[in-house]
Each structure stands twice: as C-alpha cells, then as structure tokens.
Design a protein around this ligand. Structure first.
Ligand SMILES: [Zn+2]
Length: 228
C-alpha cells in the first residue's frame, strides 16, 4: 500500500495550499515560507486584549482569544477557505492543538462548562456536510473536559454572504438570526462560543445576545482567526 502511496506522491505531489509550491509529503497544508506568514495573536494569556476590547460597551464577556490575525490574501485566508468550502477539517483540529499548547500556560479558560459553535443554517450545513468550526470546537472541548453542544444555538435565517456589507448592515442583518434550542438548559453556565473567524464581531454579538436574552450565562469566545 505504501508503494502505491509513494507512486501517487510521485505523480501527484503535495503542494502548499497557498502558493502551490511543491512541499514534502509530511508537511501539512503550507510551505515553510507561507507557514511563517501565519501571525499568532498571543491573546490566549492576555487580559483585556484587542479582541476583548472589541466587545467593550456592547456586551459583557468573560474572556476572548483567537489564534491568528486574519489578513486578506494571506495563507490564513486560504486555510480558512479550504476549511470552509473544501473539507479541510484537519486544519481545524491542528489549529485547536496549537491553541491548546497556549491554553496549558494559562488559567484564563479553565472554568468552561460547555462549548457551543456558531451554527450554520441547517440547510447550509446539510449542503456543506459539516460546520467548519466543528473539528476546532470539539478538540478544544475535549481539552477543556467540557461537552460540545453543536445545536445549543439554531440559525433561523439563511443569510447571503456578508462580505460586501458595511459594518452597520452586517449588525442589522444578523441581529435576529439565531435562537436558543430549548432542549438544552444553559442557565448559570459558562459557555465558550467558538467560530472560525471574527471580522466585525456582528455574528458573535448576535449569538451572545441570543443566549443572554434567555439565560443567565457567562460567555467566553475562541476563534481560529480574527480581524482586530
Ligand atoms: Zn506556500
């Protein structure tokens, strides 16, 4: 079997997902040069970090962190696109494992009761076959010894891409887009919401407000990447 794999590797070389240069078959996703362009935020053990400040005056959260800074046209955008549209779920696991290394150095995220993903609309999830944040969220949840509740929040409207909307338009379009799933009682829990990328924070803010309108909860946030 290994011979077959070696033969396949000979004819179909492993390429960096971002710049397409040929990489060693054991290298994951990116060439060295593109890997070095991944920019760590170091927010994990950083109180009052810029991501947390984004929510100041809007909603009370406990802690927030993100693994990488997000830049358009950069390798992180490529990886997140592959994760979202081309089934690169292994990247979610790998990003979580990198973050877990950092979590081990801090007690900031140690008292989490459950991990809840930002949901996709059920129709979209069925079409895509998965929620892109699932491998990331489940790996973090296992590390925190907290259950991963995939359907604690339900997305009720199937919105179009938000990428061309202004910040204000985004906030208005996602404001009432989620509801809580009453089959789970989240009262008095510390909930960690996970998402792939935070850009304006509108989606996460809508999720937090939906939870807080129903329950007395503490909220923390972890995303793979963020724009701050
Ligand atoms: Zn590359």
């Amino acid at each position: 079997m290994n011979l077959l794999k070696d033969l396949r590797d000979l004819f179909v070389p492993n390429r960096c997902l971002h710049c397409k240069t040929i990489i060693h078959k054991h290298q994951n996703f990116l060439c060295l040069s593109c890997s070095l362009q991944l920019s760590h935020t170091n927010f994990t053990d950083y109180n009052n970090n810029p991501l947390e400040k984004l929510f100041w005056g809007r909603v009370e959260i406990h802690q927030a962190c993100s693994l990488y800074f997000y830049y358009k046209g950069s390798p992180i955008q490529t990886l997140l696109k592959e994760l979202k549209y081309n089934g690169l779920q292994h990247f979610g696991t790998e990003a979580a494992n990198t973050l877990i290394h950092e979590l081990k150095e801090t007690s900031r995220f140690s008292a989490i009761d459950m991990v809840v993903p930002v949901p996709l609309h059920p129709k979209k999830e069925k079409k895509r076959g998965y929620n892109q944040v699932e491998t990331f969220g489940k790996t973090i949840a296992t590390h925190l010894k907290a259950p991963y509740i995939r359907d604690a929040l339900i997305k009720t409207a199937n919105n179009k891409s938000q990428t061309k909307q202004t910040k204000e338009e985004r906030h208005n379009s996602v404001k009432n887009m989620f509801k809580v799933n009453l089959k789970h009682n989240l009262n008095n829990k510390h909930i960690l919401i996970v998402d792939d990328v935070l850009t304006t924070g509108a989606t996460l803010l809508a999720c937090i407000n939906t939870l807080k309108n129903t329950y007395n909860v503490n909220i923390s946030i972890i995303t793979i990447a963020c724009v701050v």
